[in-house]
Design a protein around this ligand. Structure first.
Ligand code: DQQ
Length: 537
C-alpha cells in the first residue's frame, strides 16, 4: 500500500472534520458465511474531482463524464466534464462535453446517462437540464462528429427538452435519466428519478425514436418513505454467469437490478427482481428488502453510482462517487473534491439474490513490487508486519461468541465490538495505513459469531483510529487523501472509507495482520503490491 502525495496542481484538500464526525465504523453480516475468509483491500489513488454523470464505452475508448464546477470550490455551475481512457486506469482530459448554453439547461447540466444507439448510430446522452425557470427537464445530446474518435463536441438538437415535468410531477424532484433500453418492437424506455411526497419514484418514459418521449401510465417502480430517488440505475444480470449483459437484453436467463441513491440518507440501495417489459413494471424479489434496509453496493462512502455495459470485455462495470459530505460549510474549506472509486465489475452471485463486485482487472497493471507471506499463524494478541489480498483460515470455530438475535444493525454492533475489543473468533484482520507505533491505524477485520441454530454470522468492519485532531487542517497540505476499499466474501460485501493519517503516510505507512480473538487464525496467504501512479488527467 502506498499513500500518494500531492500529484497535480489544482488539487484541493479535504479536512478531517466531516470524516471524523461521519462515523468511523461500518460493518455488516454476511448472510452466508464462507470459509476461509477472503479479503481484498486496496489503497487506491485519488482519481477524480467531483462526481459521476455517465460512463460509457464506444469504439475503443472508455468515456467518463462527470459533474464538475469549473468556476469554484463549492457545488454549482455544473457541467459535464469529460475524460477518456483505453484501460479505465490512465485518463486523458478533454474539453467539457455538455455545459449550459440554452434556456433548457442554462442553470446547470446535471446527471444523466449515455446510451449506445444500435446500427452504428453512435452514442446519445440524456441528461437533466436546469432550465431558465429552474425546472428539471430532460435533454438529449449527440456527438457533433461521429468520426471524431474522442467525441469531443456534443450537439443539443432544437427539439429539446425531450421530457418536461407534467402537472403531476414535482419539477424540483425529477432528474438523472438512466441509460435507455429497447423492448420487443424496438421501443426505447428510460427512467427518470423522482419523488411524490415521501415516496421515491422511478418514472418510466417511452419513445419510438429517442426524440419523442411519452410518460407510461405507471412508474416502473416506487417505494414508500424512501424520499427522492437520485441516479436510478436499472440493468439486467445473467443467472449463474459472471458475464455482463447489454442494458436491452431480455430472456429467461436473467434477472434485473434496480439501484437508487437516496437523497435523504445519502446512501444507495438495490433490489434484485423481475422486469415485465410489456407491463412496464419491475417487481423486487421477496429476498430483496425494498424499504432502504436492504442491500447496498457499498457500506461505506459511496454514492451516485452508475453501471455501464462494456462490450469489449463482456462485463458490466460499476462506478461510484465517494465524497465526505455534501454540506456547503465543509465544502468551502475542503475545496471541490470527491473521488471516483476504482471501477468494479458487477455480477449476480450464485444464490441469485445479491450482487458481487470486484475491481477491474486492469488495476493490476499498476501493481509494482510484490510481497508475499504464506501460512503465518496468528495467536491472540499477535501482530505481524506485512503489507493486499489476504486469505485467513480459522481452524476451529468453537470459540465463536454467541450471536444475540436482538442485534439488528451491523454498524451499531461494529461500534460496540471494535477491532480492539477481544473476542472468541476474531476480531482478526489487517491494520492498514498504520504508523510504525500503530498509534494510527485502520482496522479491516472480521469477527465470527454463532447463532442458536449453529449457523455462523460474520461481521466485517472498518475501524478507523487516527490520533490527529480535526482542528489542524492546515498542516495537511502535503498529504493526500487515501481511500480504503475492501471487498469481503469474494466481493459480496464492500466498504469504502476515507482515511486521513498524519504519520502513516508514504514510507511511514505500514500494514499488519492482527488477531485479538481467542481462536488461532492462519493467514493462508497475504500478497501485497506497491501501486504505481497512473496517468491521471
Ligand atoms: N447530483 C446531481 C444531480 C443528482 C445529484 C447534480 C446526485 O443530478 O441528483 O450535480 O448527488
Amino acid at each position: 500500500g502506498e499513500v500518494q502525495g500531492k500529484h497535480r496542481t489544482g488539487y484541493h484538500f479535504q479536512p478531517l472534520k466531516n470524516w471524523i464526525n461521519g462515523g468511523s465504523c461500518r460493518g455488516l453480516h454476511f448472510p452466508h458465511s464462507p470459509l476461509p475468509f477472503q479479503l481484498r483491500i486496496q489503497f487506491i489513488l485519488r482519481s477524480y474531482k467531483s462526481k459521476l454523470a455517465g460512463p460509457m464505452y464506444y469504439n475503443g475508448f472508455y468515456h467518463l463524464f462527470y459533474q464538475y464546477n469549473p468556476k469554484g470550490v463549492v457545488w454549482g455551475n455544473i457541467v459535464w466534464a469529460h475524460s477518456i481512457s483505453t484501460d479505465l486506469i490512465n485518463w486523458t482530459p478533454l474539453e467539457h462535453a455538455i455545459y449550459p448554453s440554452k434556456p433548457l439547461d442554462i442553470n446547470g447540466c446535471w446527471s444523466g446517462s449515455a446510451t449506445i444507439l444500435p446500427a452504428g448510430n453512435g452514442p446519445a446522452i440524456l441528461y437533466t437540464g436546469i432550465d431558465a425557470e429552474n425546472r428539471q427537464v430532460q435533454n438529449v445530446a449527440f456527438p457533433k462528429n461521429l468520426s471524431d474518435p474522442y467525441l469531443r463536441e456534443w450537439d443539443k438538437p432544437d427539439y429539446n427538452p425531450v421530457i418536461v415535468p407534467d402537472a403531476g410531477i414535482n419539477a424540483s424532484a425529477f432528474r438523472d435519466p438512466t441509460t435507455a433500453w429497447t423492448t420487443a418492437d424496438g421501443t426505447w424506455n428510460v427512467l427518470v428519478g423522482g419523488r411524490r411526497k415521501h415516496r421515491g419514484v422511478a418514472f418510466l418514459y417511452r419513445s419510438p425514436d429517442f426524440a419523442n418521449w411519452t410518460k407510461a401510465a405507471r412508474p416502473l417502480h416506487s417505494a414508500p418513505r424512501t424520499g427522492m430517488w437520485e441516479c436510478p440505475d436499472f440493468f439486467p444480470v445473467a443467472l449463474g454467469e459472471k458475464k455482463g449483459m447489454d442494458t436491452s437484453a431480455t430472456g429467461d436467463g436473467l434477472k434485473h437490478v434496480l439501484k437508487v441513491s437516496l437523497d435523504k440518507t445519502r446512501y444507495e440501495y438495490y433490489t434484485v427482481g423481475r422486469y415485465y417489459p410489456r407491463r412496464g413494471r419491475y417487481v423486487p424479489e421477496k429476498t430483496s428488502a425494498d424499504d432502504h434496509t436492504g442491500l447496498r453496493f457499498d457500506y461505506g462512502n459511496f454514492y451516485a453510482s452508475k453501471t455501464f455495459f462494456d462490450p469489449a470485455k463482456g462485463r458490466r462495470v460499476l462506478w461510484g462517487w465517494s465524497n465526505e459530505s455534501d454540506s456547503k460549510t465543509s465544502d468551502v474549506p475542503k475545496g471541490w473534491a470527491g473521488i471516483q472509486t476504482i471501477p468494479r465489475v458487477v455480477w449476480l452471485d450464485e444464490s441469485g439474490e445479491q450482487l458481487v463486485q470486484w475491481p477491474v482487472e486492469e488495476l493490476e497493471k499498476l501493481r509494482g513490487e510484490k510481497v508475499e507471506a504464506h501460512n503465518v499463524e496468528l495467536k491472540k494478541g499477535e501482530h505481524h508486519e506485512a503489507d493486499v489480498e489476504a486469505t485467513f483460515e480459522v481452524p476451529a470455530l468453537d470459540k465463536a461468541e454467541q450471536f444475540d438475535p436482538s442485534w439488528r444493525d451491523p454498524q451499531v454492533l461494529c461500534s460496540q465490538k471494535g477491532a480492539d475489543v477481544s473476542g472468541g473468533v476474531g476480531p482478526f484482520g489487517l491494520w492498514v495505513l498504520a504508523s510504525a507505533d500503530r498509534e494510527e491505524r485502520t482496522a479491516v477485520f472480521f469477527r465470527v459469531f454463532k447463532k442458536d441454530d449453529g449457523k455462523l454470522v460474520v461481521l466485517m468492519s472498518h475501524d478507523v483510529d487516527v490520533t490527529n485532531s480535526p482542528t489542524v487542517v492546515n498542516m495537511f497540505e502535503q498529504v493526500d487523501t487515501s481511500v480504503v476499499e475492501s471487498f469481503g466474501a469474494g466481493g459480496k460485501t464492500c466498504i469504502t472509507s476515507h482515511v486521513y493519517p498524519l504519520q502513516a503516510v508514504g514510507d511511514g505507512a505500514h500494514l499488519y495482520a492482527f488477531n485479538n480473538g481467542e481462536a488461532t487464525v492462519n493467514v493462508l496467504q497475504l500478497e501485497m503490491w506497491s501501486m504505481k501512479k497512473p496517468k491521471m488527467n
